[in-house]
Design a protein around this ligand. Structure first.
Ligand SMILES: *Cc1c(COP(=O)(O)O)cnc(C)c1O
Length: 393
């Protein structure tokens, strides 16, 4: 089959809920992809942050192959070694929490919202989330997502969600009362355009949650697992959350999500209150363990900080040449390029030249390479972006 034939197959048999780029991808290795015709693509947005240590990392592939031959799936009727080990590794790198495992970011956030309602008294039912946030597509998480465009056509939404402008301390104080069960926020908004929470904002969330006995939930589905130059995004701040949620790069390409909560809060999820059939299966957990081992053995957090700094310098240079670049923002390898015009044509032009980047919120290019990225790959990527911007003038 050629590309046109695969696309025809999709048109006929796959639900058209994604706007896809016209390429069929058949192979990935580290920061490269290959399409059906054998063209090579430099991937600076691998798997929407899922392939955080590159495509098909050899340590992950090896761990998955070994585990697949031993035990693919085991339900939570029993114990497995891998689930316990991964939970311990996350706890030790985080705030000593206990984990519940599921299969995606949305499910991890669902679990966090349910735990917040379960753990707090009955009169506490409200969730405060931010405008331009992104928390997933299930009914509760799409409602938590503070973007009206994702709500369109799905009303009425579950009750209890209150939205505040991100980083606005006054608005947060205004919205808070004793009916709030939890605040859910991203340390850096990803889909919302790479916006970082200020230190003052994070501290205010912590203080208000303590004052009103509400829980502080950080959605680290995108910022977790080293992306920002620390294991978790909250570690750039002086605050400790009550719950964090993880997914995306946690499994190095396998579907896995996790919610980690402080032990005294986690204790509210007694048997019968929440569950996931596939959650914490040995295959996904073996992959998660391999991801953490690879990050440490190959010092990838250190590389994230170095390459994040380097990429930023290169992009700042590009900004000097192109007035359409307003500014660069972000942390580690989670970088956003704020343009003064829509970015989708630039993304398409880059792809034709063999570079994959992403555009969100119409005018923000997202540059989020894997933690294994090299100087040379950044140079190549910025070179192609330079050409694409040059055609814009
Ligand atoms: C991607 C994302 C989600 C949703 O994850 P899924 O695995 O697609 O359900 C939730 N929160 C944030 C911050 C994300 O980036």
């Amino acid at each position: 089959m050629n590309t046109q034939e695969v696309i025809a197959l999709f048109d006929k048999y796959v639900i058209g809920n994604y706007g896809r780029l016209p390429k069929v991808i058949t192979k990935g290795l580290n920061n490269k992809l290959w399409d059906l015709e054998g063209n090579e693509i430099l991937d600076m947005f691998p798997g929407w942050a899922v392939s955080g240590i590159g495509h098909c990392h050899p340590k992950v592939v090896q761990a998955v192959q070994k585990q697949a031959a031993e035990l693919l799936h085991m339900d939570n009727t029993f114990y497995t070694l891998q689930q316990g080990q991964l939970a311990k590794m996350l706890s030790e790198r985080g705030f000593g929490g206990k984990s519940f495992f599921c299969n995606s970011g949305a499910e991890a956030n669902e679990a966090a919202l349910k735990l917040a309602r379960k753990h707090t008294p009955r009169e506490k039912y409200k969730f405060i989330t931010a405008e331009k946030s992104f928390h997933g597509r299930t009914f509760a998480t799409v409602t938590a997502t503070g973007q009206p465009k994702y709500h369109e056509g799905f009303l009425p939404l579950p009750a209890g969600f209150v939205y505040v402008p991100y980083n606005d301390i006054d608005a947060l104080q205004e919205a808070f009362d004793d009916e709030v069960a939890a605040v859910m926020i991203e340390p850096i908004q990803g889909e919302g355009g790479v916006h970082e929470a200020t230190a003052e904002y994070m501290q205010t969330i912590r203080d208000l949650c303590d004052e009103h006995r509400a829980l502080m939930i950080l959605d680290e589905v995108q910022t977790g697992m080293g992306r920002t130059g620390r294991w978790f995004g909250y570690q750039h701040y002086e605050v400790t959350p009550d719950i964090i949620t993880l997914a995306k790069s946690l499994g190095g390409g396998l579907a896995i999500g996790a919610m980690m909560a402080r032990p005294e809060i986690a204790a509210s999820l007694v048997p019968g209150t929440h569950a996931s059939t596939f959650g914490g299966n040995p295959l996904a957990c073996a992959a998660g363990i391999a991801v953490i081992e690879a990050i440490e053995q190959e010092e990838l957090i250190d590389n994230t900080n170095k390459m994040g700094q380097y990429a930023r310098e290169k992009l700042e240079q590009l900004k000097q040449a192109y007035p359409v670049i307003d500014h660069i923002r972000g942390k580690g390898l989670m970088l956003g390029i704020q343009l003064t015009l829509p970015g989708s044509t630039i993304v398409s032009r880059c792809l034709k030249k063999g570079l994959r980047i992403n555009c969100t919120q119409e005018t923000v290019l997202r540059f989020m390479p894997s933690m294994t990225v090299t100087r040379e790959e950044i140079d190549n990527a910025v070179g192609i972006l330079d050409e694409a911007l040059n055609e814009e003038e």
